[in-house]
Ligand binder design. Structure first.
Ligand SMILES: Cc1cc2nc3c(=O)[nH]c(=O)nc-3n(C[C@H](O)[C@H](O)[C@H](O)COP(=O)(O)O)c2cc1C
Length: 411
């Protein structure tokens, strides 16, 4: 289980012999699902190169406070806001002193001043430096101010002395970091959500589509991220901003949506099909714009045109037919016989849950910010009160997590 899924960790590396262990730390934090960005002090760059840290983290390393390029990529305030945790490992005696004094004379201390998230430090220094009254007083003050200490450890040091001051080993730093983020409903799970309409081309300028706004799917993506899941959103054409920490794959037609789903579904624990996928598409889209046929004689009857449609792939049924399908959630947008149609769809498609909504009710459904749904499982019917799509999503995620837990416990 990945305990740091969706978490943003700003790793500060300061100038000490243990700086090289920062490289290993990046990897181990990433193994737990964290996104790691690195800030190094100038002294740290004498011990390990920013290039190594950049290659491992996958992001440019920030070094300077007063550097226009660094500020334009991600400014110091933005970086501080981005972080869920500032972790300084190794933390030098000099850095701890600066942090204690509230200094802002380099990028790392300034970021710590600007951060509103927790700050954790893993000190590493010679045992005499650690035992020094100034260092001890600084650490006591920092602890009082809520700074979290990981270590230091005791043992043989790089300088040949033995005592307290060694960097806590990387595995323990990671364990302590994970403990700062208690697990959430869907921690460690990957959720795939399809959202929005699809467009089925008639010719290069025309298409068949529907009124789906994507709002419900996007709200579910947000709720799943907040519940600790990794979220992959396969989105038809909508005008909504991509929620933070959600990976989006944009598609247009049902065929493209089908391909994106089937390519990525193996890594998913939960599949939620919210997209209003067109059931049919024109047999073949015209290569050129279809022109009106004008006869020489004026027409007595209006022109007619016949469009032949063919069925689109059934995405949710294809996912259900996989040898080991994920937990499957479908949506049923109906204008009549809501519960009966929804229950029939649940059984026919082999779903674990179906969320039914009455799109004929203009207070809810397509394009509206509100939704009133009924969640139907194989043995339960759970009506939800009309609420914002966001609130409805939180409740749907709760039901999914409960059912998934019951299923996992019974295996
Ligand atoms: C070879 C060498 C090793 C050092 N190792 C440490 C160390 O492990 N811990 C520490 O606090 N300072 C260590 N220092 C001293 C720091 O590098 C120095 O205090 C520096 O100013 C720290 O800068 P920073 O806090 O901005 O990274 C070492 C210095 C040298 C030359």
């Amino acid at each position: 289980m990945k305990n740091l899924q969706n978490k943003h960790i700003l790793l500060g590396v300061t100038g000490g012999i243990a700086a090289y262990k920062g490289a290993e730390l990046i990897r181990r934090l990433q193994d737990e699902g964290a996104e790691v960005r690195v800030v190094m002090t100038h002294a740290a760059t004498e011990f390990i190169t920013p290039l190594t840290m950049q290659a491992l983290s996958g992001f440019p390393v920030s070094l300077d406070l007063l550097d226009t390029e660094t500020e334009s990529v991600m400014g110091h305030i933005e970086l501080a806001r981005w972080a869920d945790l500032v972790l300084v490992a190794p933390a030098s005696a000099n850095f701890l002193a600066g942090l204690r004094q509230g200094r802002g004379d380099d990028l790392l201390t300034t970021l710590c001043l600007a951060a509103t998230c927790p700050i954790a430090v893993a000190p590493a220094m010679n045992q005499a430096m650690w035992g020094n009254v100034a260092t001890q007083e600084n650490c006591a003050g920092l602890r009082r101010n809520g700074v979290i200490f990981f270590g230091p450890d005791e043992g043989l040091q790089a300088c040949g002395e033995t005592g307290q001051g060694r960097l806590l080993d990387v595995a323990h730093i990671v364990t302590h970091t994970c403990a700062l983020f208690p697990s959430e409903l869907l921690t460690g799970k990957t959720v795939m959500i399809t959202a929005g309409p699809t467009r089925e081309a008639i010719d290069p300028v025309r298409y068949i589509s529907n009124h789906s706004s994507g709002k419900q799917g996007y709200a579910l993506a947000e709720a799943a991220v907040e519940a600790g899941a990794r979220v992959l959103l396969i989105s038809g054409p909508v005008t909504l901003p991509v929620p933070d920490r959600v990976t989006v794959i944009n598609v247009v037609s049902a065929d493209e949506m089908y391909a994106a789903v089937m390519e990525n579904v193996a890594e998913c624990d939960i599949f939620i099909g919210v997209a209003a996928v067109a059931d049919f598409k024109p047999v073949a889209a015209a290569v050129q714009k279809i022109k009106k046929q004008h006869d020489a004689e004026p027409l007595t009857e209006p022109l007619t045109m016949t469009l032949t449609l063919v069925e689109n792939p059934d995405i949710i049924a294809s996912v259900a037919a996989l040898p080991t399908p994920p937990f499957l959630v479908g949506f049923a947008a109906e204008t009549e016989n809501l519960l009966a149609y929804a229950r029939e769809k649940l059984n026919r498609k082999g779903l674990d849950l179906i969320v039914a909504n009455d799109v004929a009710d203009n207070r809810i459904g397509f394009n509206s910010d509100n939704n009133g749904t009924t969640i139907i499982s194989k043995d339960k019917v759970m009506p939800l009160a009309i609420a914002s799509k966001r609130q409805v999503s939180v409740q749907i995620i709760q039901v999914i997590a409960d059912l998934l837990n019951t299923r996992e416990l019974s295996i």
